[in-house]
Design a protein around this ligand. Sequence first.
Ligand SMILES: Cc1ncc(COP(=O)(O)O)c(C=O)c1O
Length: 430
Amino acid sequence: MGKSSESFERAKRYIPGGVNTSLRSFGYPLTFTRAQGSKIWDADGKEYIDYHCAFGPIILGHSHPTVNKRVFETLETLDIIGAGTTEQEASLAEKICHYIPSAKRVLFCNSGAEATYSALRLARAVTGRNELIKFQGCYHGWHDAVLMNVISDASKIGKKDPLSAGMLQEVVDKTHVVTFNSLEEVEKKVQERKGKIAGIILEPIPHNIGCVLPKQEFLQGLRDLTEREGIVLIFDEVITGFRHNLGGYQKICGITPDITTLGKAIANGYPLAAICGREDFMNRFNTAGGNVFFAGTFNAHPLSTSAALATIEEMEDGSVHEHIFSLGDMMRKGMQELGDKLRLKTYATGFGSIFVTYFMSPPVENYTDLLKNDADTFVKYRRKMIGKGIFMLPMNLKRNHITASHTKQDIQQTLENAERSLTEIANQTR
Ligand SMILES: Cc1ncc(COP(=O)(O)O)c(C=O)c1O
């Protein structure tokens, strides 16, 4: 037994399943000991080019020197006080309000789920309504109002598909699940539940199922509908924020939601998330006349806010996005060419630094389309890649991420290994 498996076995003796997030368990007993730039190493010393990137926070590269330097500087002078404010959080709030179009006020917490929880509570508070709309395929965190209908079995489409036992049925009942990119379905649901919907929450690009690109008229239609019906529009930009643009996907599509949630790439791997939006709505939190509760012992931790400031500053001249977008294009083009050359039914897609190869033919407009993806081959391909030192999470529909530390050579090396893996698959299926 190698060191990786030994440590995993030890973890399993004390931690249920050996992991601290359900999706970190994927059938391999891997223990990681080092992460640097575009690479990660397991306890047996095996090196991998990392495209998992911790589900997305790593945008500059692992253990980035500029971020680390800023964190160390803060560490020497300040930990957490838990009263008043800090210079770091004020500076970071200013930056976010500068870049994110919907952000007039912002609050910091530690995880995306905390941010979406507060966004939904705020939507109920400002509307005095209780019901919500979410989309099949979108993930917004582990809490009862949204933990449903992400990667569902075909038999669950159009029905409630809660992801955990122990969820409050009354809460699950209050969330309606509809099809992404179908304005018609959303309009129908809003009419059916007229005056009852507090908020509509969506990932503007559903990346929790790889990459489903939104139709511009769908997003615009949601904006018009929510304005007309007094519903709070929430863009969950926990993945898209900072990764696709400093202003989030809302900056790219030109549609401004009422409330935005941010996380992941905001701090290059340090735990930080945010909720931001309209001044009148956000002032319901914390201010004298406000009545919506917001709290957290570790909120706006100086180490995380320092990391976020350093991360954002590093991206401000545009060169990071230029680099990661161009490597993303190179990867998508290379992968599609390989699939075509080997006459496999593949569809290489993504946006900017995010890429995924589905084993199916396009189009992909919603989750139902993705039921055509050959999940067995998708996972088999990624397992082969892990064996060849390329780390992509071997789970159906999961996306990959490119960071500023990845190089053309990394992409080239990945494509060479992809060719070997896909050839093995092609040979097995013929
Ligand atoms: C779009 C989106 N929203 C919210 C979350 C929850 O974030 P966290 O895991 O930081 O709680 C995630 C996590 O993957 C996410 O992808």
